[in-house]
Design a protein around this ligand. Sequence first.
Ligand code: UD2
Length: 332
Amino acid sequence: MPPLNGKIVTVVLFIAVLLGVLYCYISQSYRVVLSFEERFKASDKEASLRYKQPSIVQGRTDVVTVTPWLAPVVWEGTFNPGLLDTIYRPKNITVAVTVFAVGKYIMFLKNFLETAEQHFFVGFRVHFYVFTDRPNEVPQIKMAAGRQVTVMSVPSSNRWQEISARRMEIIQTLIEQKLENYCDYIFCLDVDSKFHGRWGTESLGGLVAVIHPGYYRDERSRFPYERRPASRAYVAHGEGDFYYCGGAFGGLLQEVHLLARTCRENFEADAKVGIEAAWQEESHLNRYMWINKPSKVLSPEYLWQDFKSRNSEVQIIRFSGVVKNYADIRPN
Ligand code: UD2
């Protein structure tokens, strides 16, 4: 049947040509879409590289912005938040946060988490680990995409000193068992506090310490370091750099792991000879930070206390301890 075959060949040829034209059209328009995206990305990158000119001769003169071992001291006005975010965004970092809410301290958790959603690493992946003996009382907070809360049970205690000090051991174990190969940075924060302003990528570093708001204008002889030579937290008079907070510290996972492990070991060695350092793990942290200098130091903007009036050099309060009645909330 030669005429039918001829028709079939014509139809097949026609369809082939049609498919060919369609393919050319689609690939052409796809290329247009791609080049548009590429152009968009390029202009986005250009925009992120357009910012206020930095200066090395003008800047804040009312505060010290670098330690004698050349670690930056982070104050408002010393960094460009947008620029820092564009540097860290492509790195796809995940930040872990530990927060302990044992016993009545659970009452502070809602405010802590809600304000963290407004100010803490906004736009970045954050995983909050809440340690509590009251998992049923953990409030449900609406979290932004990429951010989550995991509740971990811990035993309660009838001594607040023990609750506070045991945190180092739990942080060490958390890093070993859950965070390695998952998170990049970790911050360990007190729950009886809330965020008031940005706390973001400017705070990232290897080992990060926060200067205590109560002592930063004082002579170091007045710092409440552990002063008994028998303690592993001992810092002699005439020694030490700053007085750092036990309520906020952090850095790279490996660095914080070493800090937590060392403080825990020293705390346990002290306990064996019947010593509890003056300010529990805060004393051990201060000794550790004196020997292993932090690579970034956060000014008291990063942990103020609500009962204190703001000093002039503190242009913004980012995180602050709430006023609390110790007798009402502590177990002892
Ligand atoms: C300071 C430190 C704190 C710690 C303590 C010494 C700051 C701002 N605070 O605060 O970090 O070094 O001295 O031990 O630097 N907690 C509970 N349940 C309790 C008691 C404590 O969950 O019953 C947790 C909670 O996360 C709290 C933290 O331990 O935020 C520290 O306890 P604190 O706030 O009572 O200690 P405080 O105010 O003396």
